[in-house]
Write a protein that binds this ligand. Structure first.
Ligand SMILES: Cc1ncc(COP(=O)(O)O)c(C=O)c1O
Length: 412
């Protein structure tokens, strides 16, 4: 640590480092204004935009929202969330899949709050929380802020399948020193690789975890499914829920279902944390603990945002309109991804096993060095510990097609 005089406490000093992705995005913005956007490849920030960089919005959601009486905006929501929103969120999250077990839901301020509250309620100070080695980097920050640490395990086998043995080994290792372990599983349409498990892979994951739960009966395993991109993964995206099988009582599944991407409601900070357990009491316990945390953090969530979503999910006509609009956005991302992947294969650029979602990744060493070298091509990507993240969600199709050749010059 340096000798700078600071008013903040020692634990807060780590919080001063600037977010590298936002720094790169600022450089891209500057390049845009200097050279014009046709010259600039900005694949750094994960927002779904049209070809001109304008945020894509689900208008049906906002039409319904704005028709709500003012009182729904002004009034507090119940601390646990609006009951019709909680039911609607379970319905929307699981889709046509009937899961075997008890479910409960609680409203939270976005998926980030679900993650924070789960880290807080299911781990102790200093505990390690498991995550795949390709991951959404803010997990680290959320863990740090709550006195927990992330520990990663290998995500893909050489055949690009989910590395179940690596996950098993990591769970066993951590449970040798902790009484419980949270495993963060961010799929379908994983950020930053676009990976979605097949039913078989998901079955292997559940079988492995159930076996560990049965073997280590005095330990607890918490599967935190961060399904932020669920509704961008098509029908196959829910195959991992179709593969679900009842788990022993010392294994609980928690789903963070956010309206940020689902309803393009990023700024409205609304999500549902859904618990799934073989025990009704343990499913309810999750809801009660997270409600308490909500009260102890920033109190209840935005009422109107919840009610608008519930209204849409419970009205067949509105729901069809809402989903049709979203399908258009999903198709746009798919076109961009197709263009990128086709060209990547042509120029021999290796990439992550992408199926859907906002990002494709390019495995490489020295990702920061390559990211900085790419500035000379007016190309802006996000460096990750294991490679480069390409935000195709914000890159026009013609740029997505041209980018692989540029990247291939730098990634050996
Ligand atoms: C993988 C992943 N999880 C969670 C989130 C959190 O989103 P929010 O808090 O807006 O729901 C994001 C947002 O980009 C994400 O990419």
């Amino acid at each position: 640590m340096d000798n700078t005089f600071r008013m903040i406490n020692d634990h807060a000093v780590g919080e001063l480092s600037a977010d590298v992705i936002f720094r790169i995005a600022a450089l891209a913005k500057k390049a845009n204004s200097e050279y014009g956007s046709d010259q600039v490849y900005n694949a750094s920030i994960g927002a779904l935009t049209d070809d001109n960089g304008n945020l894509l919005i689900n208008n049906t959601y906002y039409e319904v929202l704005k028709e709500l009486p003012n009182v729904y905006f002004a009034d507090y929501a119940p601390m646990t969330g609006e009951p019709e929103f909680l039911d609607a969120s379970i319905k929307a999250c699981f889709g046509d899949v009937e899961v075997e077990g008890y479910t409960e839901a609680v409203a939270v301020m976005g998926g980030t709050a679900a993650i924070k509250h789960v880290f807080w309620n299911y781990a102790d100070d200093g505990d390690e929380i498991l995550v795949t080695d390709w991951n959404w980097t803010p997990y680290n920050q959320i863990a740090y802020e709550n006195k927990r640490v992330m520990r990663s395990f290998n995500m893909f086998t050489p055949e690009n399948k989910f590395d179940v043995p690596a996950m098993e080994e990591a769970i066993e290792t951590v449970l040798k020193k902790q009484k419980s372990v949270i495993v963060v599983l961010n799929f379908p349409a994983h950020n930053p690789t676009g990976y979605t498990p097949t039913k078989e892979e998901a079955r292997d994951i559940y079988d492995a975890v159930a076996k560990l739960g049965e073997k280590l009966q005095d330990k607890k395993i918490i599967l935190l499914f961060d399904v932020a991109y669920m509704d961008f993964a098509g029908d196959k995206g829910r195959d991992f829920i179709r593969a679900y099988r009842p788990m022993p009582n010392n294994v609980i599944s928690l789903f963070s279902y956010s309206l940020s991407k689902t309803a393009t409601a990023y700024g409205l900070r609304t999500a549902s944390m859904i618990s799934l357990s073989s025990s009704a009491e343990l499913a309810l316990e999750a809801k009660a603990a997270v409600t308490f945390s909500t009260r102890g953090t920033y109190t209840g969530c935005v009422r109107a945002a919840q009610l608008a979503f519930a209204k849409i999910i419970n009205d067949a006509t509105l729901r069809a309109k809402f989903e049709k609009e979203r399908d258009g956005h999903v198709a746009l991302v798919a076109q961009r991804a197709d263009a990128f992947l086709k060209e990547a294969d042509k120029v021999g650029l290796k990439h992550s096993p992408y199926q859907s979602g906002f990002y494709i990744s390019i495995p490489c060493e020295d990702s920061m060095k390559i990211t900085e070298a790419l500035f000379e091509k007016k190309t802006f990507v996000a460096p990750m510990p294991k490679g480069l993240r390409i935000a195709i969600c914000s890159l026009a199709e013609w740029k997505s097609a041209k980018l692989p050749a540029i990247l291939a010059e730098y990634v050996k």
